[in-house]
Design a protein around this ligand. Structure first.
Ligand code: ZN
Length: 733
């Protein structure tokens, strides 16, 4: 296959669905084996002539070999470069509410300095970022990539930010501002102090996961599923595991996690919960008593709350259990009543009576029934971050003399990213593949779907912890299912070339997959690119999602993730309909749907309401209740755990459709797929626009194309599938 670099007529480039992208550059040989067309995380040269020339040479070499090269800069992670190039770098460091420097939690010291995060209102830092982008553009890169663009997650409380904020309040909220001055007995904007703003509720942040007052879990602890630090009233504490627990019991990072429909804070327990064995667990609230739960494998039984309230399944077959916390109480310990003494786990070193709070920092968001509120300070920080990023892109375009694609390592399921990175076209985000479960997971489906709804394609990879897990356990066949899932959902998954690994114990090499195992996957995509490019996903069911919803995003996305999981499992083609920002588009997105799921907390904009008039409306109270009102649309006979994802050609020759078949049954013992044989799929042809089917074939990465037997009865098409390894592409023409 020719791999000449493809530019559009106006000289610009796009990332197409059939593209094959890498994280960093690999060797020419490996690139050839995979059919690589993009290097996405190309960074920038250091500002010395030698480095600049080397970098430019690298870009040219890739382009000559038919590979697009994206350059750019980090934002949160730029402390090394900033420390090297600016002797007064401390002046630009972002500050928390106490004036302490903000640091990047997953990075370590450099030259004895903490990994500082910088403030986007600092002109020195702005200049530094502009310079990095300029260095990349001058070398002729094809796209601009920003790593972790949401600088301060999002809040900084330095003097610069507060000064800008006061001006903003004065200009945009003059009446309230005058009232504030009067209340504090000051006449001049300069006399208005941080303390005055704070005590008048002007500095609240609902999006800042560290919490403005420090009364929050310090670190999202996304990586290890154990709590490493807890801050109460600005002081940091570490939970202590009893020595003889051997680290077996680990709490998930979010003690404050809420299942907002049920309204119960939840604690997660991992491992040691063999399915089929009943255990009794006691959650201790210190002087406030305790509650006991019977845990039977994955199911927490409670006769008072009932199953819907007490537990929500994550993925079948995993020892992952959620137990509701007593509302408003502080959890101080957990004990396995029916186990031995060594099964106990206490949270130590916390001030007596405090423990871990059930309702935590997200209380700042206000009443649970009003999740759409965004605090004024968040709004100000996000607006100014967005303006800064747009200025960076404008600068890049001006220098390049043409439109240039923009990519950001940003999860658009998080409101902060949706807001600040509005104009970014592609995401290069780490998605959660739940590698530690050694099973195929659908945790990523929500991220894929929300990006699809926002019109952004993801160049996905797993998290650092996911990569490290498959690196250590050599679970390459599991990784192939991640790639298949991403492409089947209309996105890309980066080649396993030095994919970054996170290990809490220290620096480890990146994940490098065996080329002979992965080359067929990517070559399959390149060879069949006409069945990838220009296709869009079919959806008959929509889930309404509020653009401004901060409660259910990012760490709080679990309820949406679970619903997406259930819909995938039942083979019900669905999409997210994002309302609240571009409602005309949301209304258009509803057009082809049969049914729309409305979360109880979602405000339905007028023009969307109109589009819903002819649709079946399913009110989302619990996931069980939603699923009871829907049934499978693609039936897979005589074989289980197969996901079928139909896609149709969006324009041009309309009489074309494909169905991605994903085998989700991975055997962790043999590190291979349970191959499915001789089964049939049946579906109504309305899923493929009632196309006139003339031929059906099956393509897959490691076998020859097979003509398939099929039959049509009324409007139901039935297709026989002889064999399915991890991925098959049924082509209907
Ligand atoms: Zn600042």
């Amino acid at each position: 296959m020719g791999q000449l670099i493809q530019y559009c007529k106006d000289g610009t480039v796009k990332i197409r669905q059939s593209d094959v992208a890498t994280f960093s550059a690999g060797s020419e040989e490996v690139h050839k084996a995979y059919g690589v067309t993009w290097v996405t995380w190309g960074h920038h040269p250091r500002p010395n002539p030698e480095s600049i020339e080397q970098y430019a040479q690298k870009v040219r070499n890739h382009q000559k070999a038919g590979v697009h090269y994206s350059g750019g800069t980090g934002l949160v992670t730029e402390f090394r470069g900033m420390i090297d190039s600016d002797p007064n770098f401390m002046d630009s460091v972002a500050r928390d509410i106490h004036g302490n420097p903000r640091t990047c939690p997953w990075l370590t010291k450099y030259l004895g300095f903490d990994p500082y995060v910088f403030c986007h209102h600092s002109s020195a830092f702005k200049e530094y970022v502009f310079r990095n982008v300029e260095l990349a553009i001058r070398a002729g890169v094809d796209a601009i990539h920003l790593d972790d663009p949401l600088l301060v997650g999002p809040s900084c409380y330095c003097d610069r930010c507060l000064g800008e904020y006061k001006n903003h309040l004065k200009k945009n909220h003059p009446r309230e501002f005058r009232k504030l001055l009067g209340k504090e007995g000051v006449s001049d904007i300069h006399e208005l102090t941080k303390e005055m703003l704070l005590r008048n509720g002007c500095l609240k942040s609902g999006l800042d996961w560290r919490g403005p007052l420090g009364d929050a879990i310090l670190e999202p602890d996304h990586f290890t599923h154990s709590v490493r630090a807890v801050a109460v009233a600005g002081k940091t504490y570490s939970p202590v595991e009893l020595p003889d627990t051997n680290g077996v019991f680990r709490f998930r990072e979010r003690f404050t996690d809420k299942c907002f429909f049920e309204g119960y804070p939840i604690v997660y327990l991992f491992r040691k919960l063999e399915s089929g064995i009943k255990r009794e667990i006691e959650l201790s609230y210190g002087a406030n008593g305790s509650t006991r739960w019977i845990v039977n494998g994955n199911i927490v039984q409670d006769h008072v709350l009932g199953r819907d309230n007490a537990v929500t399944f994550m993925s079948p077959g995993h020892n992952k259990v959620k137990i509701p916390l007593k509302e408003g109480m502080n959890l101080v310990g957990v004990r396995f009543v029916s186990g031995q003494a060594m099964d106990s786990f206490f949270l130590g070193e916390l001030p007596s009576g405090r423990g871990l709070r059930g309702a935590g920092p997200w209380r700042a968001l206000g009443p649970i029934r009003n999740p759409m509120r965004v605090e004024p300070y968040d709004r100000f920080m996000l607006d100014s971050t967005r303006d800064f990023l747009q200025a960076v892109f404008q600068h890049a375009r001006k220098l390049a003399g043409k439109s240039i694609p923009t990519i950001a390592n940003a999860a658009f399921s998080y409101l902060g990213n949706r807001w600040a990175c509005e104009s970014v076209e592609y995401a290069s985000v780490e998605i959660q593949t739940d590698a530690h479960t050694n099973q195929c997971s659908t945790s990523a489906a929500f991220e894929y779907k929300i990006n699809e709804a926002l019109g952004k394609r993801i160049c996905a990879m797993g998290t650092g912890a996911n990569h490290n897990h498959v690196r250590v356990e050599k679970r390459h066949n599991l990784v192939r299912t991640w790639i298949a899932e991403s492409y089947a959902m209309g996105h890309l998954f980066l080649c396993p070339i030095r994919l970054w690994c996170y290990c809490p114990d220290g620096i480890v090499p990146g994940y490098e997959g065996p080329v002979e195992l992965f080359a067929p996957v990517y070559q399959f995509i390149r060879k069949n690119r006409k069945y990838f490019d220009g296709y869009e996903s079919v959806a008959k069911v929509g889930i309404l999602y509020d653009y401004f919803n901060p409660v259910t995003d990012f760490y709080h996305a679990n309820v949406y993730k679970e619903l997406c999981h259930e819909l995938c499992r039942a083979n019900i083609p669905f999409r997210l309909v994002v309302a609240g920002k571009n409602d005309e588009k949301a209304a258009r997105d509803c057009e082809s749907l049969d049914a729309v799921i409305l979360p109880e907390t979602c405000r339905v904009p007028d023009c969307v309401r109109k589009a819903l008039e002819s649709k079946k409306i399913i009110r989302w109270k619990t996931i069980g209740n939603v699923m009871s009102k829907l049934s499978s649309m693609i039936h897979v006979d005589a074989a289980s755990r197969i996901m079928a994802l139909p896609r149709v050609k969006s324009s041009g020759a309309a009489n074309k459709a494909v169905i991605h078949l994903l085998n989700r049954e991975y055997d962790p013992v043999t590190e291979s797929m349970a191959v499915k044989e001789n089964f049939a799929i049946r579906m109504d042809t309305s899923l493929v626009n009632r196309m006139n089917v003339k031929s059906v074939k099956l393509l897959s990465p490691e076998t020859q194309d097979v003509k398939l037997n099929w039959s049509l009865e009324k409007n139901t098409i039935s297709i026989d599938i002889p064999t399915l390894d991890y991925w098959g592409l049924v082509v209907m023409e």
